[in-house]
Write a new protein. Structure first.
Lengths: 521, 483
């Protein structure tokens, strides 16, 4: 029981929060009336949120150990336990999942007209799976939840999505699966080399041979990089985000993209530190490419939703940049930025969904002069646009600041390039804002535009509060992750000092291994 | 004449299930002949026969070698007996409505032939002698030839019957020739004696032995449709009555793999390592060809046929590795694979109408009309694809894990890539059901038992995916083939 703190509350808090939405989904299966289904889904998500709040009041910020841990034997024949727990890295994500899930339900209140039952069932299954991913301490369990997100998301995009929904849904599943099947192979290899156990903490203690580390890193990288998505394999993202219904986009942008980054922190860093060291410069370069390329492509977009989707590529580039700096500031910035991106991009997708419900168009050219017709909406849109740009006093500023200062410590040149991304980020957001909100009033968009109702305002207000809260007092969130990140870096840096690797060295190591492999073949 | 010097009573209690099934089959035929049978009575009495046989299988006190080394009863053979009986019962339940729809009034031959198939398969996995395997295989095959061509007025069905007969005869020839070679090399057809002969090096000719094994393998590869001996199966699966297809792609495949497993584990274990490359290639080829072919199908039955070919490729992995964990995984895989395919084919058979119901596009909009049925089909499809949390994932995981333990990483990589390909065509059905709108959707018709069974199977797949422990315990117990 070393390195963990068993759950000392009088009920299994993590299990309850993980499976409550699933139970809710099963009950909805039996309901008939649409109103009832909606209210029940809302009640389930809100209850889940309140049930997991005690985690934050009882969380011990002074230790890196896993907390609220529950262990039960699950499949004894294969030495698989059901083991859940949270530490400073994962604890904030479940809160994000819970909050965004509530907002997804309220945002879908009127948007989903057909097959309501199936929609809310899929949504609740998604919530369970997403919470499950962040609390699993067993690799097998983790993989189960990881894959469980695919089918509901596939249905969310494919059944309730836009005009090109089937293409987007299939592309989404194929991309995701292409990554995760390699992870499955990696997981099985890890099981045998790590002493026939699936326990993440046990596996993190093993010292794997360097060559194996590289291969395993790549196997897991396939899954995580697709999910993130990192630069060359991001093409599913714009399609999926654009075609998905609003709630689907919010979940995709808010949580699903974070699962990849979380995977890096939970698997790649502690288990394959050597491989991370070898590869960190190429990965930093990939991140910066994603930042700049993503931002450039964003500039070109004509579809508001697609624009925000592409901006996610750029923003997730910042997250990976932060993570692969391999220093405290960078990683904390990356973690914080994941939460921030979830809030801001989630909010922007909600905003777009709201006007789309009214006008049924997502083209920028169909809008203009919204500030005159729907001022309340514009207030919210302005706040979130400014937050996305990274205005000081709002949340993204803190995250980006930490990431870039971390990056400057890691590599000056790469950090300098990332600044371009920020400039471009301001450009596309401001330009979008100008064309949609200011500008001349567009005669096409006038009719049918009415301002937000109470439900919609209530959906957006919590996110506004979070934007400012984190912006003004980021230390509150950072204090949760501080010790855990410190411990993580200890694990990464114990064997190989960081300074020994530059781009030249890492290329040499990679080439050596490829050669060796070729020789053997 | 005193028979007791040849047979003991233990021999007869050992084959009690087969005896019960034979009596049932004959009495069903008699009832039919006397024209006193009613619609469904035949199927019902056959089902009762299968259940009674199940009770006799359960009398586990008869473990051991019977009939002077001809049969070997143990947990392994019992596991297969139950599997066949289960598949038989499910097939009969699903057949009821289908046969009515196809206008075949209560023909007693149908259930009787299914029972004969079950007897043949039981013999195959109880066999401890090549002759018995051959007998079982022939009993099975001959019954299947008739069943495949059972729709007398349907050209497609007739064609598949003939095709199956001709190609099946070839396979039988290979098998018989192989058995003869083995006999020539070792002087016996008994597994244990073959094994000891091989182990002690007293084999007459290694060439004959290798040739014999190769030919036997070819025969089996035909029967379980491994690439490149798979050409018959899509046509036969497509043409056969759908319920027969369901039976054909589950039980005989299980029997084939079971018998192959016993053959290599009991007779050729000493030289198994020499055959590993062959199994490796067979496995990789079968998965890949099956999957890639399934991608381009527009007919659901054909898609499922090719998918079952690719699954056979995964199953070969279990024989390639051939240790306790792989055999246990293979057994688990066989059970889940059988349940899924039975369920999927059952839904296809219910959806089938004259001239329609067989193409992907016929399933458009089914989800709106029949949400529960579509949900069950979705469970079957994602389970075939190997998505967690369904039993299909656990089954695949077991085989992959066993293969990686022995270092077959590249084969597993090929396997997972195939899984990736397969997702596309499995989800295609889901897409058609959920994401395409159609005014005139199919209205599948089922009787109450079939509906219940389909539901049960879908739930079972999910429960086994979440808590596979129950079945895993059973398969681990059944692993011991040699006892």
């Amino acid at each position: 029981m070393e390195g963990i703190i068993l759950n000392n509350l009088d009920y299994p808090i993590l299990t309850v929060t993980t499976f409550l939405p699933l139970v809710g989904a099963l009950i909805i299966l039996l309901l008939r009336r649409e109103e009832l289904i909606k209210w029940f889904a809302l009640a389930t998500t809100i209850t889940t949120f309140f049930i997991l709040l005690p985690i934050y009041t009882h969380f011990d910020k002074t230790t890196f150990k896993m907390q609220f841990v529950e262990i039960y034997p699950w499949i004894p024949a294969w030495n698989i336990n059901y083991k859940v727990g949270v530490d400073g890295i994962s604890v904030l994500f479940i809160l994000l999942v819970a909050i965004l899930s509530i907002l997804c339900v309220t945002a879908s209140w009127k948007a989903i007209q057909t097959k309501t039952k199936g929609f809310f069932i899929s949504l609740l299954i998604m919530e369970s799976a997403m919470i499950g991913i962040f609390v699993s301490l067993n690799v097998f369990l983790f993989y189960l939840f990881w894959e469980l997100t695919l089918i509901p998301m596939f249905l969310l995009i494919g059944v309730w999505g836009g005009s090109n929904r089937v293409y987007a849904a299939v592309k989404f599943v194929l991309f995701m699966l292409a990554g995760s099947v390699f992870m499955l192979v990696g997981i099985i290899v890890l099981y045998y080399t790590g002493g026939k156990t699936f326990d993440m903490l046990e596996l993190s203690k093993v010292n794997y041979p360097i060559e194996l580390q590289l291969w395993l890193f790549l196997a897991f990288f396939a899954a995580f990089a697709v999910k993130m998505p990192m630069f060359p394999i991001h093409t599913w993202l714009p399609d999926a985000h654009t075609e998905a219904p609003t709630a689907g986009s919010v979940i995709l942008a808010g949580i699903l993209l974070k699962m990849g980054a979380y995977g890096f922190l939970r698997f790649s860093f502690p288990m394959f530190p050597h491989a991370v060291k070898v590869l960190f410069i190429p990965l930093l370069i990939l991140s910066v490419t994603a930042i700049i390329y993503g931002a450039y492509v964003t500039l070109m977009q004509k579809d508001i939703k697609r624009l925000i989707a592409y901006s996610s590529v750029s923003h997730m580039g910042f997250v990976t940049l932060g993570l692969f700096t391999l220093n405290q500031t960078g990683i904390e910035g990356g973690l914080l930025q994941m939460i921030n991106h979830g809030i801001i991009t989630g909010a922007l997708f909600l905003c777009i969904g709201m006007i789309y419900e009214r006008t049924h168009t997502r083209m920028i050219e169909d809008y203009g002069g919204l500030s005159k017709t729907i001022p309340v909406y514009v207030v919210f849109f302005t706040i979130f646009s400014l937050a996305a740009i990274g205005l000081p006093g709002m949340n993204a500023f803190v995250g980006e600041f930490l990431i870039i200062s971390g990056a400057f410590k890691a590599n000056m040149v790469i950090a300098a390039f990332s600044i371009i991304g920020i400039v471009l980020g301001v450009t596309y957001m401001v330009w979008l804002y100008y064309r949609v909100v200011l500008n001349e009033m567009n005669p096409n968009s006038k009719y049918n535009l009415y301002d937000l109702d109470w439900r919609e305002i209530a959906t957006l207000v919590p996110l506004v509060v979070l934007v400012f809260l984190i912006g003004v007092k980021p230390g509150f969130l950072l204090s949760y992750m501080h010790i855990s990140v410190e411990h993580l870096l200890e694990q990464v840096h114990t064997n190989v000092p960081l300074e020994t690797f530059n781009i030249h060295d890492s290329m040499n190591v990679i080439i050596e291994h490829v050669k060796e492999l070729l020789w053997r073949v | 004449m005193d028979l007791s010097q040849y047979f003991t009573s233990a021999d007869f209690t050992g084959i009690a299930p087969e005896i019960v099934l034979t009596i049932t089959a004959l009495s069903v035929l008699t009832l039919e002949m006397m024209r006193i049978s009613q619609q469904g009575i035949n199927l019902l009495s056959a089902t009762i026969g299968l259940l009674i046989a199940g009770v006799f299988v359960g009398q586990g006190s008869v473990e051991g070698i019977l009939f002077g080394g001809m049969l070997r009863l143990n947990n392994f053979s019992m596991f297969f007996d139950y599997l066949y009986l289960g598949i038989g019962i499910a097939t009969l339940i699903f057949s009821q409505g289908y046969l009515e729809k196809k206008g075949i009034e209560s023909r007693g031959e149908y259930p009787a032939l299914i029972l004969f198939c079950v007897i043949g398969m039981m013999l195959m996995t109880q066999a401890n002698d090549l002759v018995i395997v051959f007998l079982g295989l022939e009993l099975l095959s001959l019954s299947l030839y008739i069943l495949v061509g059972f729709l007398r007025n349907d050209l497609l069905s007739n064609e598949s019957g003939i095709k199956y007969l001709l190609l099946g005869a070839f396979a039988t020839g290979f098998f018989l020739f192989g058995a003869a070679m083995i006999y020539g090399a070792t002087g016996t057809t008994n597994y244990n004696e073959i094994a000891s002969s091989v182990a002690s090096g007293s084999v007459l000719s290694n060439v004959y032995l290798s040739l014999g094994i190769g030919l036997l393998l070819t025969g089996f590869a035909f029967k379980v449709a491994l690439v490149p001996f798979h050409m018959w199966s899509p046509d036969v699966y497509e043409g056969a009555p759908t319920t027969v297809t369901a039976f054909l792609c589950t039980a005989p495949k299980a029997a084939g793999f079971g018998a192959l497993l016993i053959l290599f584990n009991n007779a050729f274990i000493e030289i198994h390592h020499q055959w590993r490359d062959i199994f490796w290639i067979l496995s990789a080829l079968t998965m890949t060809v099956g999957n890639v072919s399934a991608l381009v199908q527009s007919n659901v039955k054909r898609m499922l046929a090719f998918s079952s070919i690719s699954h056979a490729g995964f199953l070969v992995m279990g024989i390639l590795v051939l240790n306790e964990s792989s055999i246990s995984a293979l057994l688990f895989y066989l059970v889940t694979y059988s349940v899924i395919n039975l369920g999927a084919f059952a839904i296809v058979s219910g959806a089938e109408k004259e001239e329609s119901g067989l193409e992907f596009k016929d399933y458009r909009g089914l989800a709106a009309q029949r949400p529960w049925l579509s949900a069950a089909m979705t469970v079957f499809m994602i389970s075939l694809a190997g998505f967690p949390p369904t039993a299909g994932f656990v089954a695949k995981y077991g085989l992959f894990s066993a293969a990686i333990e022995q270092g077959y990483i590249w084969l597993v990589v090929i396997g997972v890539l195939n899984t990736l390909i397969s997702i596309y065509y499995y989800l295609r059905l889901v897409i058609n059901m959920y994401m395409q709108e159609e005014e005139r959707a199919l209205l599948p018709s089922f009787n109450i038992f079939a509906i219940g069974l389909i539901g049960l199977m879908a739930i079972m797949m999910i429960i086994l995916g979440i808590i596979p422990g129950y079945l895993l315990d059973i398969t681990t117990e059944a692993v011991n083939i040699t006892s």
